[in-house]
Design a binder for this molecule. Structure first.
Ligand SMILES: [Zn+2]
Length: 200
C-alpha cells in the first residue's frame, strides 16, 4: 500500500509500505479520511517527545474494517469506524482515577504506532468507535477536535442564553462557534484574517 512515512524530522515521503496483519485483538481498517491537524505538521517539522521514528503520522482517522483478528467479535468487515488515537494501561494510579491522559504507558497512533496517512492502518479493537449510520466520513472525522471543543464549553459552564466571545476563527474556533450556535448561545468571533472571518 501507499503511505506517508516520516524517517527524519523535517521531511516525509510517500512510499510503498506493508499492510500490517491484525493480531488476535486488533483490526485492520481501510482508511477513508484522515484529518490533517497542526500537530501533524508540528511533529514532522520539529519532532515530539512521543514520536518514535520511522512513523506514519495521522491521528484523526475514519475508515471501514477490512480484516479482524482471531478474538474480535464486536466488529466485522464493512463496519465504518472512528479510531480513538490513544491506548492506556488501565491499571496505573492515573488510569484508575479516570485521568487516562496522564497514563505513562499511553501509546498514541501516529506517534508510538503507525497512523492514518496510509491506505490501511491496524489498531487494537478497543480503539474503535462505531460511526452512526448516515454520518459521512468527512463529517465524522471531526469527532476528536469537536469533542475537545464541547469539553471546553462544558468546563467553561457555557449555557443557552449566554453570549460567548471567541478569539480565533481557525478550526477549533469555528467548531466552538458552531457548537455554541447549535446550543442557542450567541457568539462574537474575532480574527485578524479576513478570509477566516468570512467563513464564520
Ligand atoms: Zn495507565
Amino acid at each position: 500500500m501507499k503511505g506517508i512515512v516520516v524517517r527524519t524530522i523535517g521531511s516525509f515521503e510517500k512510499t510503498e509500505v506493508s499492510v500490517v496483519a491484525p493480531g488476535a485483538c486488533e483490526v485492520t481498517v481501510r482508511v477513508e479520511v484522515t484529518g490533517l491537524c497542526r500537530t501533524d505538521l508540528k511533529i514532522i517539522e520539529k519532532g515530539h517527545r512521543d514520536l518514535v521514528l520511522p512513523r506514519i503520522p495521522g491521528e484523526e482517522v475514519i475508515g471501514v474494517v477490512s480484516e479482524t483478528g482471531r478474538d474480535v467479535t464486536e466488529y466485522s468487515e464493512g463496519d465504518r469506524v472512528y479510531l480513538y488515537p490513544g491506548t492506556w494501561c488501565g491499571v496505573c494510579p492515573s488510569c484508575l482515577l479516570g485521568a487516562e491522559n496522564l497514563c505513562r504507558e499511553m501509546q498514541i497512533m501516529g506517534f508510538h504506532r503507525d497512523g492514518g496517512f496510509a491506505e490501511y492502518v491496524t489498531v487494537p479493537v478497543r480503539c474503535l468507535i462505531r460511526v452512526p449510520e448516515g454520518l459521512s466520513p468527512d463529517t465524522a472525522v471531526f469527532a476528536e477536535p469537536l469533542s475537545c471543543c464541547l469539553n471546553a464549553l462544558d468546563l467553561a459552564g457555557v449555557r443557552p442564553g449566554m453570549r460567548v466571545g471567541i478569539w480565533g476563527a481557525g478550526p477549533a474556533g469555528t467548531l466552538i462557534d458552531r457548537a455554541c450556535r447549535a446550543a442557542g448561545v450567541d457568539t462574537r468571533v474575532c480574527d485578524p484574517d479576513a478570509r477566516r472571518r468570512e467563513r464564520i
